[in-house]
Design a binder for this molecule. Structure first.
Ligand SMILES: [Zn+2]
Length: 382
């Protein structure tokens, strides 16, 4: 059986009432310096137009080591990775017009920790964080509700997070190997198609829709942002408000995506499907610079949905396959004939050859299902 490693994150709240003042001030000093370092690295990334960890590390590591001699050196490693990742997602959003700022600003609410920078004692509910001068600060963890399922898992990396309300959390990634079933042409599948306002999934036996209303949500936020752009004069305030609404919009859509993914996985278990089939969006990469912005934003969030569903699916022992989506909306899933728009409804399509009349989302799902089995066959014949 193929084995795949998945990771799960546990969030522990830190009991600040248990920590003494010296420990708390060490942690705050850490946040302040880490923030300065990451922002300096972002500055470098921006002026050199680089998103590469290696070039950031190469250019800045020794200089930063000398300027912060008492800070454990691994913080500079994680800061380089953190800055590269922030700058990379900034450029991605900028390209989609989803960012107002010239360059990203790191607010310093999160510190990335590798396994040299923290120790975890789950049984004793304590975590130690490496601080200046080679010391450690030990903090008491408040019991999380997740702890049982992490017991047999390997410890990964962690993040120290300072929330707006002043609470401190330690988010720890745990890893576990999961065995995936051997899948092939005899596996039962669920194909998933995502359009602007719904996620449609199923196979030849059933089709279900999950209304996301994503297009409606996006339009509403678009209008809200236009209002801010025309009414707010101060540039700083305008950027802050726009950023706030961007964040809200994405959090809302993401929450819907999680619910949809959960529904699809429950359905897969109910019908005994072993594979989730989705479109391979890489195919569209060539036209990623196209002027058609809505299409690009749709594909960006479609990809985010795929990542969420893929992760959840693997967690539940399902396999995920991406198939070539070419012609899945223009060819009849029954006879392979060309499709026309049906005169009987806006979303209906009709086959010129066999007369099949079906909703376009249903056609896409049936074609993706069919494509999966075709690709399984192609893989067998050399
Ligand atoms: Zn047909």
């Amino acid at each position: 059986m193929p084995v795949e490693e998945i990771s799960l994150t546990a969030s522990f709240k830190i009991d600040l009432t248990d920590a003494d003042e010296a420990a708390i001030s060490e942690i705050h000093r850490l946040f302040a310096e880490y923030r300065k370092i990451v922002n300096e690295l972002i500055e470098y990334a921006h002026s050199h137009r680089t998103t590469s960890f290696t070039s950031l590390h190469y250019a800045k590591y020794y200089e930063l080591r000398q300027r912060y001699p008492t800070l454990p050196s691994h913080y500079i490693d994680t800061a380089c990775r953190h800055a590269a990742s922030i700058y990379k997602s900034f450029l991605e959003l900028k390209k989609l017009g989803m960012c107002e700022r010239e360059k990203p600003i790191f607010k310093g609410r999160t510190i990335w920790l590798d396994n040299h920078l923290f120790k975890l004692d789950v049984e004793g509910w304590r975590a130690s964080i490496a601080v200046h001068g080679g010391g450690w600060v030990t903090l008491r963890l408040l019991h999380g509700r997740y702890h049982d399922k992490f017991k047999d898992m390997k410890l990964g990396e962690a993040q120290l997070v300072l929330r707006d309300d002043g609470n401190l959390y330690l988010n720890v990634a745990f890893r576990r190997a999961v065995a995936l079933p051997e899948v092939g042409a005899d596996a039962k599948v669920i194909a998933v198609d995502v359009n602007e306002n719904a996620i449609v999934y199923g196979n030849d036996d059933f089709i279900e829709r999950f209304e996301t209303d994503e297009g409606i949500i996006r339009t509403r936020y678009f209008l809200k942002r236009r209002q801010i752009q025309s009414r707010i004069r101060g540039r700083g305030l305008r950027a802050r408000l726009l950023g706030k609404y961007r964040g809200r919009e994405w959090r809302r859509i993401r929450e819907i995506y999680y619910r949809a993914a959960k529904g699809i996985i429950n359905k897969a278990r109910e019908v005994g499907a072993a594979v989730i089939v989705m479109e391979d969006l890489e195919v569209y990469k060539e036209d990623k610079d196209s002027k058609e912005l809505n299409g690009r934003i749709h594909r960006w969030s479609y990809r985010r949905f795929q990542q969420i569903l893929e992760y959840q699916a693997r967690l539940h022992g399902l396999d995920v396959k991406y198939v070539d989506p070419a012609y899945t909306s223009s060819v009849c899933p029954v006879c392979g004939g060309g499709l026309d728009l049906s005169p009987n409804g806006r979303r209906l399509k009709r086959c010129q050859r066999c007369g099949l009349e079906e909703d376009r989302d249903v056609i896409a799902v049936k074609n993706l299902t069919k494509r999966y089995y075709e690709e399984c066959m192609d893989a067998k014949t050399p």
